[in-house]
Structure formats: C-alpha cells, structure tokens
Design a protein around this ligand. Structure first.
Ligand code: SF4
Ligand code: SF4
Ligand code: SF4
Length: 406
C-alpha cells in the first residue's frame, strides 16, 4: 500500500549484474510487460554505447528491457515532451515510464491540462540529484579528472561528490561544490533542484537507504505502484526485505543534505538578483532578452508549452507577420505562460543558443509564486494551479457582486 517501503533486487542474476542497484527497476519493467500490465515501457538508453548520448526507447518485448541504460547522468532526455508529442494519442495504450522527478512533474502538469492520460501510465520515478550537459561532462572529466571521457563506464552524483568509474575498475571522485564553483559540474537548474525523491510518481526508486547493499530502495507512492510491486513479488521477479529504521534514517538524511545543497545554490543564484534595485534588476534581464534571436527553441522543447496555436507565432494578431517581436516580448510571454507550471527541468536553457539563463528567471518567479500560494507544480495531479481555482470566500464575493448588479 501507499507509503510501504522495500529494499528490492532482481531474482534474475543476469539482470542483477547488468541493471543498477540490484536491477529491481529493470525487473519491474520486465514483469510489467510479461504480465501484460502494460503494452510498452519507455526507458532511456545509450546511443552507440555513448554515456553522453541518451535516447528514449519504447520497448514492447520483455527480453529487450535489459537494453535500458541504467542511470545516465550525462544525458538529460526530455521524457515528458516526447511522451506528449508521440505517445499520448495512442488510445488505451498502457505504458510504464522511467523518469526523473522533473520528468514526472512535467507529466503531471500535462495531465492536469488534458494533454496526457495519466491513468494509462505507471510512473517509475528514479531519485535524482542532477545531470550534466554532455559537453560540460566531457570537459569536466578531461580537465578536472584527467581522464579520457570515453573511458568512463559509470558515474554517480552522491553525497556532494561526482564519482566516476573507469573500465579498469578505478574509481575517482571530486567535490561537486568545488567543481561547480569553477564552472564545471551539473546543469544550473539541477543545482537548485530540491525535489530529489520522486514521490509524485507511482514508485520512487533509488539507492539512498540501501546501506551499501546491491539493492534498490523503493517507496510505494500510489495504488498503481502498490499493485505492480505486489505482482512482481508474487511472480518471484524481485526479492524484497523491509528496510530497518537505520535505512529509513539514512535515506532521509541523504535527501536532507541534497536539499540543503540545492537551497544554498538557490540563495546564491537568486539573492544577488532579489536585492538589486528594481531598475538594475530590469536592466539585468533586458540585457539578456536583447540577445534573443527568436529561434523558438525554448518554446519547442518546453514540456509544459502545449498550445497548438502559439501566441508568439506571427499571424495571431499579437505579432504581425514579417515583424520581429520586440526584444522583451518573447521571453516575457513565455514567462507568463509557464509561471504556474514550470518544473525547473532546464530543457529551455539547455537549448538556448544565446545562453540566456532562462531557468533562473522562470524558477525564481515560480519559487515566489509557490510560497505565495503554497502551491508547487507537478506534485499532485489533483492539485490545480492557484489562479484556476476559487476559494469559497471568493465565490461568495462574486455572488454578492452579481446580486448587487442585478
Ligand atoms: S531538475 Fe532535478 S530531477 Fe531534473 S535532472 Fe535536474 S536534479 Fe534531476
Ligand atoms: S520553462 Fe524551461 S525549465 Fe520550465 S518547464 Fe519549460 S523547459 Fe522546463
Ligand atoms: S531559445 Fe533563447 S534565443 Fe531562442 S527564442 Fe528562446 S530565449 Fe530566444
């Protein structure tokens, strides 16, 4: 049931060897296909065996599930956007999707807006404390670790360290804070990301709380997740044990430390802007907006941008065909459109050819709104954005006004 926790590992030795942390996630995906609980699973895998090139793969054959890439920290695949664009139209097509917290949150925001049928999905959430842009990862490994990036066979972001494993078994680690202060390391949005355990998914899986065991810590977050776990255990696809108090404490402690690091980055990034006089703050952003070449990249990649007939397209009456939008309009219109739904996934900033720190702007406004309305996007499909809901008091005032006017 919801709230149950397990330490789990695959009962299949091949999966245990190839999969991450005892292969429990791979085993769950396989059993979901075998038992026809879903028609397909959507996973991230390496293209051309490169850790720097992750691609989405839709798998329908249980025997192919082992092809999934495990944890890839050097590829930040846009799961929610792909799901919406290419897979949401298939009626009654059930899927299990492995996703990071920001992917799960984007899927939830899309579901709220009727863009995805979440009832056909099982979200297998994976703990995440950050991903690196492929080019930055290669540069970091070469310049800071002194290794050939192509020799790296595994990596992890854990306990404030970026850890890599080489083909000859060597392990090297560096302090993330030091790396990031030098301009290496995780994407800017990931540094500020404080949602590391995907409790908004059906299952939240990770290695925090495993206390060195080759196992996955799984928290059941929904009825759907509970049913999948129950069936996998019953079928003997996974072995489980109940985590002890120490394991639960360790997991909470790891999460607390990740949140503290994210909060420090948030303060660093935002405080410098928050306390600027208004005119200087405006100037700061307008100088960035001036760089915008209206390539539409940020709009096209944003998982939450879903309007078929985008306001920013020429011919909508807002901008005339043949005209170039004034510099501030483009990012500001997007800001207004994603203020209550941005999940800080960083995709927009990753693709911006003019290197505008878009997530700094969107995340900052989003954080302000979240504290004002006590609402965080992407956490619960039944929790609607504040400006789309009306309190009883507001409804009463409206009724009184209508009555007065009549
Ligand atoms: S934004 Fe958060 S969940 Fe998404 S990749 Fe970065 S750290 Fe992971
Ligand atoms: S605005 Fe940027 S960070 Fe926010 S959801 Fe869209 S792509 Fe992700
Ligand atoms: S990606 Fe950058 S340059 Fe392109 S439209 Fe968006 S803000 Fe402008």
């Amino acid at each position: 049931m919801k709230g149950d926790t397990y330490l789990a590992w695959s009962s299949d030795e091949k999966i245990r060897k190839k999969g991450e942390s005892g292969g429990a996630v791979t085993a769950l995906l396989k059993v979901a296909l075998e038992m026809k609980i879903v028609d397909a699973v959507l996973v991230v895998k390496m293209r051309n065996r490169s850790r720097y090139d992750g691609v989405l793969s839709l798998i329908t054959d249980p025997n192919e599930v082992l092809q999934s890439g495990g944890a890839l920290h050097f590829a930040s695949v846009n799961v929610a956007r792909a799901l919406k664009e290419y897979l949401s139209g298939a009626k009654d097509f059930r899927m299990a999707v492995t996703c990071k917290p920001c992917d799960c949150r984007a899927i939830i925001e899309l579901a709220k807006r009727g863009q995805i049928n979440i009832d056909h999905l099982i979200l297998i959430g994976l703990n995440c404390t950050g991903t690196l842009l492929p080019a930055v990862a290669r540069r970091t490994l070469k310049e800071e670790y002194g290794v050939n990036p192509d020799d790296v066979v595994g990596e992890d972001v854990d306990k404030g360290k970026l850890i890599i494993k080489l083909a000859d078994g060597t392990r090297k680690e560096r302090d993330l804070k030091e790396l990031e202060e030098k301009g290496y390391g995780r994407r800017e949005n990931c540094r500020r990301c404080a949602v590391n355990i995907p409790r908004m998914a059906d299952l939240a899986c990770g290695k925090w709380g495993t206390r060195g065991k080759e196992a996955t810590f799984i928290e059941v977050c929904s009825q759907r997740g509970s049913e999948l776990m129950g069936k996998a255990i019953e079928a003997g696809a996974i072995f489980v044990e109940t985590p002890d108090q120490q394991a639960l404490k360790e997991r909470e402690e790891e999460d607390k430390q990740a949140v503290a690091l994210a909060t420090r980055w948030e303060q660093k990034d935002f405080d410098v802007l928050r306390w600027l006089p208004y005119d200087d703050r405006f100037k700061y952003w307008v100088e960035y907006f001036d760089r915008c070449i209206k390539c539409f990249g940020c709009r096209d990649v944003c998982p939450i941008c879903y309007c078929q007939d985008c306001y920013l397209e020429a011919g909508r009456g807002f901008l005339q065909g043949g005209q170039i939008p004034p510099h501030t309009i483009f990012p500001l219109v997007r800001l207004a459109h994603v203020a209550d739904s941005c999940v800080n996934c960083g995709q927009c900033q990753d693709v911006c050819p003019m290197e505008i720190p878009l997530t700094r702007l969107y995340h900052m406004l989003n954080t302000e709104l979240s504290s004002l309305f006590d609402y965080t996007p992407g956490m619960d499909v039944s929790d609607y954005p504040p400006l789309t809901t009306v309190t009883d008091e507001e409804a009463l005032i409206e009724e009184v006004n209508v009555f007065r006017k009549s």
